[in-house]
Design a protein around this ligand. Structure first.
Ligand code: FBP
Length: 286
């Protein structure tokens, strides 16, 4: 049986840094991230995600258990990270204090692994500040202990969100989220890039530095956001790592909304920056 160290090395491709390809938006954002203006038509077909994961360079492909179960047999070489909870964005608008329920138990994921699916870790979202925060903290805490006991690593998505939260991207709150992930024992925490406002003249990458310090031995990575041109995206990622102290990336739309060729190429450029410290100019040539 593979150990936690084996899986950590696989997920980080032996570097300690994480290149996470986020493929959980079919639940989180429904189909609007996969079909529409500015999105390559290849993305309308779910298998696009797996072709990218297979032909590109990624640490892990993160998605819900069922999505992975449907395609993993045809793409056995991808490292999978099973997202344990999810909710749609319809819920977000109807309910100001979000809760993302756990969709299946760890046993179901371990059974998949026992059947040969290359699962290396789990993911879980916590909405910090929501009135349901205590439930999500408790679920995440138990999941992390059980995951580690079974050799899996854990990435927490932590988003301050709910009636108690006035600015979701406030740099101090993002740093707070990073510290929570450390105390729960997560291997990596995925946060939104901080957005300094008012008198705070720091760049987003400068403000991220406090969060990466607060994360301590938990690695910190940022969500990618909506799709921009490749150079802008890679520059932002380079700054997150070299100015902000991030330990990788967690990127969804910026990768999969492109044609297969472009998406595969971008995973290689992202990995060159995340895993091998390339400059943006050199990464663009990969
Ligand atoms: P992107 O790189 O496409 O922004 O994906 C990052 C991500 O965290 C996804 O994993 C998740 O589905 C989504 O963003 C959640 O975003 P939000 O709840 O802010 O809409």
């Amino acid at each position: 049986r593979e150990t936690y160290v084996d899986n950590y090395m696989k997920a980080t491709r032996g570097t300690g840094r994480l290149m996470l390809f986020a493929c959980d938006q079919k639940v989180e954002h429904l189909n609007k991230d996969f079909y529409g203006e500015g999105i390559d038509i290849a993305d309308a077909e779910p298998e696009h995600l797996f072709k990218i994961g297979d032909q590109g360079v990624c640490g892990v492909l993160a998605g819900q258990r069922g999505l992975i179960a449907q395609y993993a047999a045809d793409y056995p070489n991808i490292n999978y990270l099973v997202k344990m909870n999810s909710k749609t964005n319809l819920v977000k608008t109807a309910q100001e204090d979000p809760y993302s329920p756990q969709l299946y138990d760890l046993e179901a994921v371990l059974a998949m692994r026992d059947n040969g699916v290359n699962i290396v870790g789990l993911g879980y979202t916590i909405y910090l500040g929501s009135e349901y925060e205590s439930t999500m903290l408790a679920e995440a805490g138990e999941l992390i202990a059980a995951a580690h006991a079974n050799g899996l690593l854990v990435v927490l998505w932590i988003y301050p969100r709910g009636k108690a939260v006035t600015a979701e991207k406030d740099p101090d709150l993002i740093a707070g989220a990073a510290g929570v992930a450390l105390c729960l024992g997560a291997d990596f925490v995925k946060v939104n890039p901080p957005k300094p406002e008012g008198d705070d003249k720091r760049t987003a990458a400068e403000a991220l530095k406090i969060a990466s310090m607060a994360a301590g031995r938990t690695g910190l990575v940022c969500a990618g956001g909506s799709t921009v041109d490749a150079e802008t995206f890679l520059t932002q990622l380079h700054d997150q790592i070299h100015v902000g102290g991030a330990d990788g990336n967690a990127t969804g739309r910026n990768i999969h909304q492109r044609s297969l060729d472009e998406a595969v190429r971008l995973t290689k450029a992202i990995s060159a920056i995340t895993l091998a410290d390339y400059t943006v100019a050199d990464a663009l040539k990969v």
